[in-house]
Design a protein around this ligand. Structure first.
Ligand SMILES: Nc1ncnc2c1ncn2[C@@H]1O[C@H](COP(=O)(O)OP(=O)(O)OP(=O)(O)O)[C@@H](O)[C@H]1O
Ligand SMILES: [Mg+2]
Length: 259
């Protein structure tokens, strides 16, 4: 398990097919993404963007073909190794955020660093490079390590324009949709994942916030060399992604349902 995720070859997909109850969802003959490449994935509703991101994260069901992520063939990887790959190396912003509703906003952001020693180390290394003042969050009694990790959480929180980081102690579900989406982005980025998969990360943002959020995600991935796949319905043609992919061209699935 030592080598999981260390041989970063980006993403290599061939002859991917996914179906659900006789309905073809994905049919992608070839897709290669280089390590560190930033991809903007666009396409109409139902074109398979979310399904493809889930496959890249090893969450796809009923798949045929070959999918290699960060040097690991997902068809042959053991379940525990896949869990480790995901925890250590993959950050995912789900279309509907999927925060843990009964944990505070702050604890949601810190979550990956509870599951992964690698992400803790990376977050601490990042925080050490830039000195950050850590405000107190409620009556938390963090270990010294998690206190260090929290410095990187606060760096991201500030970049996401959450103006008063000390107030992140309410349950995640008690914030607005746009705020929850910002927490989901911080949770995906903390601890330098090698692969960042983001599914419409600004869908709940106000107009001004949208561009800032895409810029932050792109900058974070460029600084760390992470591979980024970002779906969006927004016009991001001038944002400077390395490559723009159209799901309508990429996915040959014949979807009988209304799109
Ligand atoms: N759990 C599921 N069970 C059955 N079919 C599904 C499931 N999830 C998605 N699909 C089907 O797969 C197709 C692709 O859906 P997907 O969510 O990947 O599209 P999308 O491009 O992300 O759309 P949107 O822009 O609305 O988010 C749709 O036609 C949908 O009906
Ligand atoms: Mg979607």
């Amino acid at each position: 398990m030592e080598d999981i995720g260390k041989k970063d070859n980006g993403i290599d997909i061939s002859a991917l097919e996914q179906s659900h109850q006789n309905s073809e969802i994905l049919n992608i003959p070839q897709l290669q993404i280089r390590p560190g490449e930033t991809i903007c994935l666009q396409g109409e509703n139902g074109s398979g963007k979310t399904s493809l991101l889930r496959v890249m994260a090893g969450l796809g069901k009923n798949c045929k073909g070959s999918v290699s992520v960060l040097g690991q063939n997902l068809a042959s990887i053991k379940y525990q190794e896949l869990e480790r790959l995901r925890a250590d190396y993959i950050g995912f912003v789900f279309q509907y955020y999927r925060l843990v509703p009964y944990l505070s906003a702050f604890d949601n952001i810190m979550l990956p660093c509870h599951f992964s020693a690698r992400r803790r180390r990376e977050a601490i290394g990042r925080a050490a490079a830039k000195h950050i003042d850590v405000p107190s969050v409620g009556q938390r009694k963090d270990s010294a390590i998690m206190q260090k990790v929290s410095e990187d959480a606060f760096r991201l929180i500030r970049k996401l324009s959450l103006k008063d980081p000390s107030r992140l102690s309410k349950n995640a579900s008690d914030y607005s949709a746009g705020q929850q989406q910002r927490f989901a982005i911080a949770r995906a980025l903390i601890g330098n994942p090698r692969l960042v998969l983001v599914d419409e990360p600004a869908s709940a943002m106000d107009t001004k916030g949208k561009r800032a959020v895409y810029e932050l995600i792109l900058n974070e991935c460029r600084e760390t060399g992470a591979t980024l796949v970002c779906t969006t319905h927004d016009d991001m043609s001038d944002m400077g992604f390395d490559r723009y992919l159209d799901m309508g061209e990429l996915n040959l699935a014949k979807e009988p349902e209304i799109r």
